[in-house]
Design a protein around this ligand. Sequence first.
Ligand SMILES: Nc1ncnc2c1ncn2[C@@H]1O[C@H](COP(=O)(O)OP(=O)(O)O)[C@@H](O)[C@H]1O
Ligand SMILES: Nc1ncnc2c1ncn2[C@@H]1O[C@H](COP(=O)(O)OP(=O)(O)O)[C@@H](O)[C@H]1O
Ligand code: SF4
Ligand SMILES: [Mg+2]
Ligand SMILES: [Mg+2]
Lengths: 269, 269
Amino acid sequence: MKQIALYGKGGIGKSTTSANLSAALSDRGLNIMQIGCDPKHDSTRMLMHGKWIPTVLDLVRERGDKAISVDEVVFTGYNGIRCVEAGGPEPGVGCAGRGIIATFQLLERLDALYGDVVLYDVLGDVVCGGFAMPMRESYAREVYLVTSGELMSLYAANNICKAIQRLSRRSRCTCALGGVICNSANISGEKELVGAYARRIGSRLISYIPRDNIVRVAEVNKQTVIEYAPDSPQADVYRHLAEDIFENDTMTIPIPMETDELENLALEY
Amino acid sequence: MKQIALYGKGGIGKSTTSANLSAALSDRGLNIMQIGCDPKHDSTRMLMHGKWIPTVLDLVRERGDKAISVDEVVFTGYNGIRCVEAGGPEPGVGCAGRGIIATFQLLERLDALYGDVVLYDVLGDVVCGGFAMPMRESYAREVYLVTSGELMSLYAANNICKAIQRLSRRSRCTCALGGVICNSANISGEKELVGAYARRIGSRLISYIPRDNIVRVAEVNKQTVIEYAPDSPQADVYRHLAEDIFENDTMTIPIPMETDELENLALEY
Ligand SMILES: Nc1ncnc2c1ncn2[C@@H]1O[C@H](COP(=O)(O)OP(=O)(O)O)[C@@H](O)[C@H]1O
Ligand SMILES: Nc1ncnc2c1ncn2[C@@H]1O[C@H](COP(=O)(O)OP(=O)(O)O)[C@@H](O)[C@H]1O
Ligand code: SF4
Ligand SMILES: [Mg+2]
Ligand SMILES: [Mg+2]
């Protein structure tokens, strides 16, 4: 079982990349599970053809976690992909981290955490103990950073590297960095910048995903690009990424940059 | 004592707006304190002429909170403004919320939490119990949302409204929404969009701040716009905002929008 997590700043393109990645992997006949770990709970929407599925946290809040069965939290989407949304704390009162932990423990108790690939789509704006949960308890073994050439998204990616480095010192933690994905924001020189950043932290740029309007058209049709426009160049990009990630066995413990260094690197491009 | 908090998505312009607001208020002879509550701990940098001040969390981690004196955490910047940085959890292991709480409790114990205006600059990407802390224990009584016309920043602002609404049901909570600030991202129609959003949630657009390159030039000179270019139109905008906020006594409990409604509103402009 390959257990991977995509981390990145809010709005950077984690869910779009995750859903297309899952779709491309399922087209190869693999058994895929995707778990959204963002309070926005829209990670699996395009796999579910636009349907908002109930979140684990909402159910646990209403009924406690004793009475919940698998089919109330795990939904089947495109090509048999099993979809789960952890959900988020009620704004202002709960802990997003505890919600993610509750979701994993429930899925384990229900024996639902299985497949050829389990993919976690995690918000990376705040890398506190809560959102680092997927990395901590050996749920995700490979982390992929989703970023663009924008300083704020590189800053968030760098924080995630700090967490991986910090957690790798714990005996039970097996997570490492699989690579960096540049989801373009149409900033000139960003491919070179993100490539340089990936090398500086001891990793590599595993994919450059162009910004393409087909993504928004597929979204309006409530499908992934893989399903909506399988012959498009963008679908090819996602298929290549799926292959690279599935075959990838080069993991590293990143060496994060200092904030001033990162700012200087961004200025060079 | 006026206790205000600026909340918004990472990178939206909270710290730039906070520092210029504090500077403009200090120019009116007021005693100002600014507390950064973002793990990025760069809230007060332009008030400190580029200096990174030590964070409360770093000190507490090293020495425990018993042995810390006021002058180790409170620094005097431009025009006598007292500056504090809460700092953030070590990526991956701590809770940002507990850090913010520890900061406030320390400042209260040291009798350092005073002034005509205390301004909290808070990250609004994740509105968990941790980051809502400034709103909860009656530290901040007036919240100002910093957003642009970009959907992700409105989404974050709407989450903050949910937290204010949820917390207002608690007897000890006195926080309410003072208004919405549109910090322009040069998106066409965003002033009208953010204005419409502010009205829909039962509040108002208190300021539209143009995107102006003078902000970046002042930043390179490690100063606020108020200090670097006091006669610029941008400095005027910040001074008007300072006056509006200082005089503002109209607070509301917001009525947040549903996510689908918000997406539809954004499509209208
Ligand atoms: N490569 C791309 N090309 C065009 N639009 C994209 C691309 N990736 C993401 N988007 C758009 O950006 C928005 C945010 O992406 P999303 O995947 O929801 O981000 P996240 O999950 O990181 O918050 C989506 O509406 C999507 O349409
Ligand atoms: N009105 C503006 N005009 C031009 N640049 C701006 C403006 N407001 C903010 N910026 C720029 O945006 C960047 C992010 O702003 P910052 O205040 O650090 O955001 P936040 O505190 O919300 O993370 C800064 O580098 C700043 O130069
Ligand atoms: S651990 Fe993270 S998500 Fe949980 S309350 Fe603290 S800051 Fe919020
Ligand atoms: Mg997402
Ligand atoms: Mg800031």
